[in-house]
Design a binder for this molecule. Structure first.
Ligand code: HEC
Length: 108
């Protein structure tokens, strides 16, 4: 039952899947909109946002790392440290706040 509720919520936040996944920005509360803008800008420099959205949607990254709080935190730090990542720790913190919020909404 819980699983079914979770997936219906996920369907409201994300449309499509795989490479064609998109986020319905209208479900994002106003206080997190700047965080979404940051994520769209900073997390699409080296790969598509589909990688991040898909991990949020499924709760697991393509390489199989569970996408919950500690997994999200360590992935974020890994991305921050990549050569050419144009991101400050303050910006990463805002992006992780949004990702954690999205995961919570999906698993509610
Ligand atoms: C400077 C380049 C760069 C930036 C900026 C970047 N990434 Fe990545 N990302 C990579 C590379 C390279 C990989 C593949 C190798 C790896 O997993 O470390 C990757 C892989 C990933 C994966 C898949 C990991 C897995 O376990 O399969 C996710 C999810 C991801 N990135 C999310 C993000 C998010 C969220 C942001 C923004 C906070 C971001 N990336 C910003 C370079 C980047």
């Amino acid at each position: 039952m819980l699983g079914a509720a979770g997936s219906s919520m996920a369907a409201q936040i994300f449309a499509g899947s795989g490479r064609d996944i998109s986020l319905d920005a209208s479900v994002i509360p106003a206080y997190l909109k700047p965080n979404l803008e940051l994520m769209q800008k900073k997390c699409s420099l080296c790969h598509g946002l589909d990688l991040s959205f898909g991990s949020i949607q499924t709760g697991v990254t393509p390489s199989g790392v569970p996408f919950e709080k500690s997994g999200i935190q360590s992935l974020g730090v890994r991305m921050l440290r990549k050569p050419g990542s144009d991101m400050t720790t303050a910006e990463l913190k805002k992006i992780l706040e949004l990702i954690n919020w999205l995961r919570e909404e999906i698993t509610k």
